[in-house]
Each structure stands twice: as C-alpha cells, then as structure tokens.
Design a protein. Structure first.
Length: 402
C-alpha cells in the first residue's frame, strides 16, 4: 500500500494529513512541502508578524501531532506528477501513491517590470514576510500597489509605525472585487484616519529606478517617491504540476463537487482548486480562505478514509483585520442583485440578497451578525428586510420563532 501523498503543507495539506488519521485512514500518509518550516498560520504574516521583529511563525499544530498521526513529512519541491504511473518526482526520486492530493496553494501575481528590484516585495509565505520585515527598518516611505486584503492589512499595520504609507489602487475603490461600496468606504475612511494616503483610480505610467531599486512610482502627472514597494495585486492558483500532467485547469485545478480532478486518484483542495459551488448552482469557483482550505481538507479526509461520497458543501466565510477593523464575510455575493445596509457606526452589516434570498453578509465589527449570517445561509433562511435592519437580537428572535 502506497497510501496518500499530499503536495503542499499549508492550511489545506496540513489539515488533511491529520484528519485522514482522525477519520481512521490506515495507510501511509506523506506530506511534502517545498519549505522545511513546520506548517504555519498564514494570516498573521500580513498583520502581527510584520510588526514584531521577535515574532515567530505560529505553527498550525505541533510537530508531535504529525508524529502521533503517523504522517511522514518530506521537504522539497515536487517537480512532476505522473497520474498514469501514480508517482510524484521529488529530488529525482519517484514516490508511488494510491491517492495524490494537490494542495499547492497560490502564487502572487507580480508586475514583471518590478520583479527582481531589491526593494520590491510581495507577501505569500514566511520567506516573503521575513524579507519584508527585515527591510522595514530602512524604509520610511512605503508604497503598496493594490488595494486588496493583503495590501490593506499591511498598509494599516505599517501606518501605525510612523511611516508614510501610500496605497495605489486602479479601481475606483479598494476591495472593489470582494466587498460592497459601503464596506470599501468605511475601510477607506479608517485607513485615512490612520494616516494612509489612498490613490484610487490610479493610472500607472511607470516607475523610476536607480540601480537595483525602485525610487518612485509614476502616475498621471504625479510621482510617488518610495523606499519600499509591496505588490499586492492578487494571486493565481499554483496549477503548474497539474497542467504539466494534462489535468484540466481553469483559474484553478478543476474538480468535481467531491474534489476529484480529471485524473483518476488525483484530488485538489484549498487555494489551488476550482470547485463547483452550491451557492452558484454548481458553477466552479476558486476560494482563497483558511475556512475553505481546512473544510475541504476535512471533507476529503472522510472520503478517502471511509469511502463516504457527498458533495463538498459549506457556507464559505472569511475574515480580514485591517488595522482596528474586523471585516468578516459569509457566503458568496456574486449573484446578489440588491443589498441592505445597517450602519450603526462602530458596527456595520451589509446583507446581499438575490431576489428574496440572502446570499452573503459582510460585517465590520459585528461578530454576532457574522455568526447569525452563517446560520441563516446554512439553513437557507432569510428574515424580512425589517428584521435584518433591526439587529442581531431581532434576527436571533426571528430564527428561533420561525
Ligand atoms: C499574507 C496572507 C494573509 C492572509 N490572511 C488571511 C485571513 O486573514 N483570513 C483568511 O481566511 N485567509 C487569509 N489568507 C489566505 C489563506 O492563508 C489561504 O487561503 C490558505 O493558506 C490556503 O491554504 P492552502 O493550503 O490551499 O495553500 P497554502 O497555505 O498557500 O499552502 C500551499 C503550500 O504548497 C506548497 N507547494 C506548492 N507547490 C509545491 C511543490 N511543487 N512542491 C512542494 N510544495 C509545494 C507551498 O510551499 C505551500 O506551503 C491569507 C494569505 C496570505 C498569504
């Protein structure tokens, strides 16, 4: 028996390795990652880790947890997979498998002209975060390219350190692809309050370089001088191994609702996977979140261990800490055609509806609304607009009574 080989020991791969055993899987479990670090939490990398030079990565679980589960951890970048022969190639060695799980995550997009400059950074893994943190003492003027989650979290964290921080965003508002205008507006106001300079609708015209450093970013009639640049323009699924093996990919490695790829005995989970979603009538979607990665891992563990076959179905949820703001999102708003805003200052909730059906909820500073949102979406229940507007107590009461 060759067992399960898992490529990628991030949130998805690490969870799968231990869940397989918890579900009673009896065969060998091999967990391979390009990094030799004990698998760690990624979210702190753009938040607390940057701010504390002494901070260490937070392990997802202790080394003993893998040992206790009989998981063999191997370090190295897998160069190729061969679904016909059921092998992976690691450092010139062929490792056979019964089932292969691709949990290879995502890679940052980079602006090709900026790649390689000594003071240009991106943020995806521990090595990126360490390089960025090491560069901060010499950087007074920081420019963040991209007003997405990672860029804004980092901008907010650095703003509190007396640096001059500028965010350049091509869209008319930050978080334009992922949040409602009301949420973007509140985030923008909070960042401005922290002293961050925001340039939305930014039209990039180029950059000034001196030897191996970028010294200014140029826009329409404007130049922003910088000591350090963080490029936060999103990520792409790491599909390289799957594509090279002829496995169908689109924005991610395509799977069915049971997380199976197009090749027999090859599965994909986490940021790398693009999977049919129940909230989108089965249209495929790639979700980058800790919840999606760990829930897909738990689901697949049960399937591989017990032969249980159910489609993957959870309410997606996500959080982002942008300075003092706790943004939480439950559900997918892609098909919403109207929204309801409850704005109480410190607490805010945006309810996205498709017709009369609640499909997603964004909250700022309101964990009670977020938890209720997950309950409502799970149960497929939508209170009247007036109840949503009243607040968490009214929603709770309606759920209990209805
Ligand atoms: C800075 C940052 C902050 C974030 N903050 C939040 C947050 O606040 N909330 C939230 O919900 N989500 C957040 N996320 C997203 C979340 O971390 C990801 O969705 C999650 O890590 C996905 O897990 P994964 O296992 O699919 O991929 P990853 O955790 O990225 O793991 C993939 C692993 O695969 C390995 N790998 C890839 N190719 C190979 C190969 N060929 N051979 C061997 N190993 C390979 C990589 O080294 C990597 O360790 C954040 C992400 C980042 C980068």
């Amino acid at each position: 028996m060759n067992g399960v080989v898992i490529l990628g020991a991030g949130h998805a791969g690490s969870q799968l390795a231990v869940s397989l055993r918890a579900e009673g899987y009896g065969g060998p479990v091999t967990l391979i990652d390009a990094s030799d670090a004990l698998p760690y939490h990624k979210p702190p990398l753009s938040k607390t880790f940057l701010m504390d030079p002494e901070a260490r990565p937070q392990p997802l679980r202790a080394a003993q947890a893998y040992e206790a589960a009989g998981v063999m951890r191997l370090t190295g970048r897998v160069d190729a997979i061969d679904p016909a022969a059921r092998t992976v190639t690691l450092a010139g060695r062929l490792l056979p498998y019964d089932d292969l799980v691709l949990a290879t995550g995502a890679r940052n997009r980079m602006l090709p002209d900026l790649a390689g400059a000594a003071n240009v950074h991106c943020l995806r893994d521990l090595a990126d975060a360490q390089r960025l943190r090491d560069a901060l003492p010499g950087a007074q003027r920081v420019t963040v390219i991209g007003g997405g989650f990672i860029g804004l979290e980092t901008a907010a964290a650095l703003a509190g350190t007396g640096r001059s921080v500028t965010v350049l965003e091509a869209a008319p508002r930050v978080l334009a692809r992922v949040a409602a205008p009301e949420t973007s507006a509140r985030v923008e106001a909070t960042l401005a309050g922290l002293g961050v300079t925001l340039r939305t609708g930014w039209v990039g015209r180029g950059w000034r370089r001196e030897s191996d450093r970028v010294t200014a970013i140029q826009g329409d009639g404007e130049e922003i001088a910088c000591d350090l640049v963080l490029v936060g323009i999103g990520a792409e699924a790491d599909t390289a191994l799957a594509r090279a093996a002829g496995i169908a990919c689109n924005r991610g490695i395509l799977t069915d609702a049971g997380l199976r790829t197009g090749a027999p005995h090859v599965w994909a989970i986490g940021d790398a996977a693009e999977t049919p979603h129940w909230q989108l009538d089965g249209a495929a979607v790639r979700i980058e979140s800790v919840q999606n990665a760990t829930d897909q891992a738990r689901h697949l563990a049960r399937q591989l261990a017990t032969g249980w076959t159910e489609p993957f179905r959870t309410v997606p949820w996500f959080w982002s800490d942008i300075g003092p703001l706790k943004l939480q999102i439950a559900g997918l708003a892609a098909r919403a055609d109207r929204r309801i805003l409850r704005d109480e200052g410190a607490r805010m909730a945006v309810f996205h509806l498709e017709g009369d059906r609640l499909v997603a909820v964004e909250t700022l500073g309101s964990p009670a609304d977020h938890m209720l949102a997950r309950q409502m979406l799970e149960a497929g229940r939508t209170p009247p607009d007036g109840v949503l507007l009243e607040g968490p107590a009214a929603i709770k009461g309606w759920l209990a009574a209805a």
